[in-house]
Design a protein around this ligand. Structure first.
Ligand SMILES: [Mn+2]
Length: 347
C-alpha cells in the first residue's frame, strides 16, 4: 500500500475487521490516553460486532492513561501488558502507532514473522513506510488530531452506539492529544459539539489533574528562592535567565522557573557526586538566540562533567559527576560563549 492510498474508508476497514475471528489491539510504548482509550472503545465496537478483541499495551501504560482508564471503566476493561499469547490472534490492529519502532523488538519480530497482510492500523500520524508494506486495512488520517477522533467517526459510520463511558473515553483521548484544544481542527470541535451533552466536561478536565508530591513542590519553591537571575538584550529584546539548584526534581524546577517568567532556566541537582542538569527555554528564546539547548549547551556540558548530555531545542539535560553548583557554573560559561552577549547578573 502506498502513501497516496491513504483515504478514509470506514466501511472497508470494518468489513475487513469483521472477517477476522480474533484480533489483538496493540497500543504504543508507554501507552498514552489517546492510544489506550481508543483501543478500549475500538474493542467495545468490535464486541458489539461479535469480533473477539484483546487489548495489549506491551511496553506498559502511562500513569495518567491507567488512572483515567480505571476511573472511566473501573476494572471492566482488561489490558494485557504481557504478549506471551498474542500469537493466538488471527490479526493485529495497531492503535495510535505509526512505526514498528514504537513497539518492542520482540513484538516487531512477531509482526514481521506472523502478521504480514494481517495487520490493521488506526492512527493519526504520517505512517512510516515499514508499516504500510504489512497492512491489510488502515484508517489513517494525518490530518486528524487524535486516534480517538477516528474511532468516534468509525463508530458513527458503522452505526455502533457508544455509551456514555465510551464517549467520555474518546473525549479524553481528544482532550489529551489536542492539549485541551491548543492543537485542534474543525472536526475536533464538531465532534465535541455532538457529544457535549453526553459528557461531564469538567469531570473529564479534572482527570488530567495530578496532585504534585510534597517533595516536588518544595523542590520547585526552593529553586525559585535560590535562583540567580541574569538579564541581557538579544536583537533588541530583553530576556531573563534563571539558574538554580535543587537536590531532585530538576526538570520540574526548571519548568516552574519558566512558568514564573524566566526565558531560560537551568537547574542542577544530584547527590553523592552524581549530577544532573536540566534546561528549559521558551520558543521565543530559542528563536531569538538560535540556541538549541540539547545540541549547543547540554551536549557540551555532558562532556565537561564526564558524562553525557543532549535533548531537544527547548528541553534538554546532562548527567555526569561533580557537584551541582560547579556544574551550573560550567553550564553558565557554555551559555555565555554561545550567546555572544554580556549577561548582567541581577542582584
Ligand atoms: Mn495520538
Amino acid at each position: 500500500m502506498k502513501r497516496e492510498e491513504l483515504r478514509l474508508d470506514f466501511g472497508a476497514f470494518i468489513r475487513e475487521l469483521m472477517r477476522v475471528k480474533s484480533i489483538g489491539l496493540v497500543c504504543h510504548h508507554n501507552a498514552d490516553p489517546d492510544s489506550l482509550l481508543s483501543a478500549c472503545v475500538l474493542k467495545r465496537i468490535l464486541d458489539s460486532l461479535k469480533v473477539k478483541a484483546t487489548i495489549y499495551a506491551p511496553a506498559d501504560i502511562s500513569e495518567l492513561a491507567r488512572k483515567i482508564m480505571e476511573e472511566l471503566y473501573d476494572s471492566e476493561v482488561n489490558v494485557l501488558t504481557d504478549i506471551k499469547n498474542i500469537e493466538e490472534n488471527n490479526a493485529l490492529c495497531l492503535v495510535d502507532v505509526s512505526t514498528l519502532d514504537q513497539l518492542s523488538k520482540e513484538l516487531k519480530d512477531i509482526i514481521l514473522r506472523k502478521y504480514r497482510s494481517k495487520l490493521f492500523v488506526i492512527d493519526h500520524h504520517t505512517p512510516h513506510p515499514d508499516i504500510l508494506k504489512l497492512v491489510r486495512a488502515i484508517l489513517i488520517d494525518p490530518g486528524a488530531c487524535a486516534t480517538g477522533e477516528l474511532v468516534y467517526m468509525l463508530a458513527k459510520e458503522v452505526n455502533v452506539r457508544l455509551d456514555k463511558r465510551d464517549i467520555e473515553a474518546l473525549a479524553v483521548a481528544i482532550l489529551y492529544d489536542t492539549k485541551r484544544f491548543v492543537i485542534a481542527n474543525r472536526n475536533v470541535f464538531k465532534i465535541m459539539s455532538e457529544i457535549f451533552d453526553m459528557i461531564d466536561y469538567n469531570k473529564l478536565l479534572s482527570m488530567f489533574h495530578k496532585e504534585m508530591r510534597i517533595d516536588e513542590k518544595i523542590a520547585r519553591l526552593k529553586a525559585a528562592i535560590r535562583a540567580r537571575l541574569f538579564r541581557t538584550e538579544i536583537r533588541g529584546k530583553e530576556v531573563v535567565i534563571a539558574l538554580s539548584h535543587v537536590s531532585s526534581y530538576e526538570a520540574s524546577a526548571a519548568r516552574a522557573l519558566l512558568e514564573l517568567g524566566a526565558d531560560l532556566a537551568i537547574v542542577s541537582g544530584g547527590k553523592k557526586g552524581v549530577v544532573r542538569v536540566c534546561a528549559r527555554c521558551t520558543r521565543n528564546f530559542a528563536e531569538l538566540t538560535n540556541i538549541h539547548l540539547g545540541r549547543d549547551i547540554m551536549m557540551k556540558l555532558g562532556e565537561e562533567i564526564s558524562g553525557s548530555g543532549g535533548g531537544h531545542a527547548l528541553a534538554a539535560s546532562a548527567n555526569g559527576v561533580g557537584n551541582p553548583e560547579e556544574a551550573l557554573t560550567k553550564a553558565l560559561n557554555i551559555l555565555k560563549m554561545r550567546i555572544g552577549v554580556k549577561l548582567k547578573e541581577i542582584r
